[in-house]
Design a protein around this ligand. Structure first.
Ligand SMILES: *[C@@H]1O[C@H](CO)[C@@H](O)[C@H](O)[C@H]1NC(C)=O
Ligand SMILES: *[C@@H]1O[C@H](CO)[C@@H](O)[C@H](O)[C@H]1NC(C)=O
Ligand SMILES: *[C@@H]1O[C@H](CO)[C@@H](O)[C@H](O)[C@H]1NC(C)=O
Ligand SMILES: *[C@@H]1O[C@H](CO)[C@@H](O)[C@H](O)[C@H]1NC(C)=O
Ligand SMILES: *[C@@H]1O[C@H](CO)[C@@H](O)[C@H](O)[C@H]1NC(C)=O
Ligand SMILES: *[C@@H]1O[C@H](CO)[C@@H](O)[C@H](O)[C@H]1NC(C)=O
Ligand SMILES: *[C@@H]1O[C@H](CO)[C@@H](O)[C@H](O)[C@H]1NC(C)=O
Length: 362
């Protein structure tokens, strides 16, 4: 009996002390984007760079382990001016009801695209979780562009031409096109898929971020989502049979929430001419993970106690043992956390509004 008692004690100690400080189990999906030459934005992924580029993994359900009934895959590429996205959406029922959008402040003609089936792109160029861009488009090539100053959960709000007219945020100079294998809005057509090509001016994507024109080896954060409704064919048209949509994403968020930029995938810019370039490890992952643990733990602490604490030991989280040092400046309803990596190479600052900055000491 004595022997097994000690065995159990040692096991528990080992599990605790072997906390995985790499945070590799939550490491996001990563994609190496290669240089493109002259892509024709026509919705058809037949350009040279697409022929050489790999598809992402199949999209998965945003919050469950149910395998989506239709496949979605994406490719990414870039050149001096643009980030290119190519996506293929398997689809037997190709429909779109929003066939014109004014991109202006007019409630009858400025609809949000996700009321139709859509394809969505989210970009956080500097990984700060603030001032990230969202783009949605449907099979009729109509789109919606918005800037989030910060996630909705942190009090962020939509900045778009829909809300603010010509003063609103826009991705100026974007190009996009749809190609359909089948026929749009025709219930008698036998359909296979719709595919999209998008060219985003790089500068438009990183404006308002602490990021600049990408170089070989740079990382941005990106995610994709597909909204898909159940439809039936009735009276000659497609009709929704359930007002609640399915959400399929490149990599799972764990909950029905796209607005968690810290969990988005990693876009690695590469100038290599070898299209089998292995991904480079995102070295900031550890310090970013610790910072986000601090963010979530401090918010839980405040929910329970009414104020933010500066005593990290009260949070009782082994993740904080992975840092070299953590210092929290607190008030009742604000905090700023400062985190050093053990080797002092990385330094992160996170605040109560999720604003995350990571610095590397040279
Ligand atoms: C985490 O993943 C990276 C890249 O695959 C690897 O080099 C590293 O050894 C991993 N760390 C742990 C603790 O598994
Ligand atoms: C809004 O758009 C509709 C449809 O295009 C148009 O009839 C209406 O005049 C517009 N309203 C305003 C205030 O511009
Ligand atoms: C947008 O339109 C709504 C409804 O017409 C109006 O109340 C609002 O002031 C407009 N916003 C701007 C920024 O023009
Ligand atoms: C919306 O974004 C633009 C930048 O495109 C900025 O100039 C403007 O101040 C923002 N509007 C609000 C209300 O934040
Ligand atoms: C598209 O719009 C028409 C006309 O409003 C409506 O009858 C139909 O149900 C809509 N289809 C879908 C799939 O929402
Ligand atoms: C994509 O976003 C969803 C929702 O925020 C998230 O669950 C998922 O982890 C993200 N995955 C990737 C690879 O970005
Ligand atoms: C900061 O945290 C400490 C430790 O939990 C606490 O005693 C103090 O009241 C907090 N300060 C404020 C202004 O909430």
């Amino acid at each position: 009996m004595q022997g097994s008692f000690w065995a159990i004690t040692l096991l528990v100690t080992k599990v605790y002390s072997s906390f995985d400080c790499s945070f590799n189990s939550t490491y996001p999906k990563q994609y190496v984007a290669h240089r493109a030459k002259a892509i024709a934005i026509d919705g058809v992924l037949d350009d040279q760079v697409w022929k050489s580029s790999k598809f992402t993994d199949d999209f998965v359900d945003i919050s469950t382990t149910v395998v989506p009934r239709l496949k979605t895959n994406v490719k990414m590429a870039w050149d001096d001016d643009y980030l290119y996205i190519g996506a293929v959406l398997e689809e037997p029922d190709i429909w779109a009801n929003i066939t014109s959008v004014c991109h202006c402040n007019n409630s009858t003609n400025d609809q949000v695209i996700f009321h139709d089936n859509d394809f969505e792109v989210f970009v956080d160029a500097d990984g700060s979780t603030h001032n990230y861009k969202e783009f949605e488009m449907n099979a009729a090539n109509q789109d919606w562009v918005l800037l989030l100053n910060r996630p909705y959960a942190d009090g962020g709000g939509e900045n778009s031409t829909r809300v603010y007219g010509t003063d609103g945020f826009d991705i100026v100079g974007r190009k996009h096109a749809v190609s359909i294998k089948g026929k749009l809005n025709d219930i008698n057509s036998v359909n296979k898929q719709w595919s999209v090509e998008i060219a985003f001016p790089l500068q438009q994507l990183y404006q308002l971020n602490a990021a600049s024109h990408p170089k070989d080896g740079d990382f941005w954060r990106i995610n994709f989502s597909r909204v898909e409704y159940h439809v039936a064919k009735e009276f000659g048209e497609y009709v929704k049979t359930n007002p609640v949509e399915d959400n399929w994403v490149w990599s799972p968020q764990g909950e029905i929430a796209m607005h968690l930029p810290e969990r988005w995938g990693i876009l690695q810019f590469s100038t290599s001419t070898r299209f089998d370039t292995p991904p480079k490890y995102y070295d900031e992952w550890q310090i970013r993970s610790i910072a986000m643990e601090l963010y979530y733990n401090l918010h839980s602490f405040r929910d329970a106690n009414g104020f933010f604490t500066n005593d990290v030991s009260l949070l009782n989280n082994p993740a904080f043992g992975c840092a070299g040092s953590i210092f929290v400046a607190n008030s009742t309803d604000r905090f700023t956390g400062y985190i050093n990596s053990v080797d002092q190479q990385y330094y992160a600052i996170i605040d109560d509004l999720r604003f995350l900055q990571v610095f590397k000491r040279e």
